[in-house]
Unconditional design. Sequence first.
Length: 508
Amino acid sequence: MAVLIGTTSRQVLTVARWMLAGLVVILALTGWWPTWRAWGALAAGLLAVWALWLIGRASAADRGIPGHPAHLAMLVPAVILLVHLAPAGLVSGDEAAGLRGAFDLSMIFQLALLSLGVLLSQSLLPRAARHAGVLSVCGASVIAGSLAAVAWGPSEHAAGALTLMGFAGVAVWLAPLWGGMRTDVDEHRPRGGQVVWAAFCVGVAVSGVSALAVIAPFEALLAAGVAGLVVFVAGLVFPQRRKWLLIAGGALAVAAAGAARALDAPLFTLDWLPTSLFGAGEQALREVSARDTGLKVLARVVGGAGTAWLVAGLAAGVLWRLWHARKGHWGDQGRAIVWTTAAGLAACALFSTGGLFIPSVSLVAAFTWGLMPAMLGRPARQRPGAIVLVVLVVLMVVLGLAREHGLLGWAVRAYRLGDNALHAVTGFLLAMVLVWLVGATRLWRGLAAIAFAALLGGAGEVAQWALSQRTAEYSDWLAHACGALAAAVPYLLLMGARGCESPDLSYR
């Protein structure tokens, strides 16, 4: 039976969309334990959504990806980490004590997860975010997860990051109150019902803010300062209600800074300042630990250049989005202010004490950053999908030559899986990316891409043997090839479903 053109792509992407929203909700509630299993759950969830995303985009013959400043902001720190990894962390490096590059590779893997989360959120969730229910559930989950983490969390040192994550959840919860956020029920809901719902949302937000402020007053002052700074910058950019925005934002920021100074809050310490231009990589672990702020860890590991590039890149992206949001209606501008505050608080949570080591904080940061273009009304430009292939190949080469797999290896072993599972997953993802880029319109091209991905596993084993004098493991190649050939199943189902689509049908 013939179906509408694009039905396969829409259905697959719909499943991926709700799977990603469910991942945000589940990990916001449970992912605040900094364990290997939690990181493994985050990685497995994002990779599963990515596989569905690749299938859906291949069905639509769309080889582009949306651009985002966050990807460029994370590029320089990743390159610096690769440079630090080379001397002791790769198979041809010197025999060195310590983690042998495991920490450097762990941070590279974490940056890759952040970038993937931003890509998926930006691609999949804008349509779902037009409905109040999606953002309300996500925001409520972040608030509840933050409160639960602070109450029953494993360490008090991460309470600040988890509290800031909760404040970001409050901003996400409030975003549907502004224009553009509606549900199908809202069209038939009487005016009084909308007022009651708005009052309920405000009441929940006030309750959440009060609870979080009692738990962590210093972080509450930081959240107030971030909100005031965003409102003040919006007053400089937006032509409507400029005077009131400048007054309110400036007063809130000054009051928060004054209160923090009066209470001697640990917000003005300068121990995070970098001591070198490019950092010391893994060797910086002699100076820092999980009890330090994420900003200090970055400053010591990737140096002033990497940290400044990351922070300045994120800030420049926010300013660029706000500048283009000035032409919208007041409701759209209010939504832009609230969502920018959420993204800023998520970034503060990531850079706070212990924030780099908590999976839910990374996912909330990716969620808020990824949705920023849609929430600020600035469509992203399309970039060539070959960028994804290049990044994936580089990561595969680094993993193949690394002595220790760091966070990825520890997460795999936490689930009692061996290296063969890792080889199978990389083979499957490589085949799916190649199918997406070259096999969307011709069946023989897709099958050839799958075969080529299977052969690349053997080439990688030979290269590993030549460069490191390791033995070429036939079992590793077999696992990689099995993973690549497994991609033929969804690909053939995809092509078969597309064959049932007819351009002669239309909506009625």
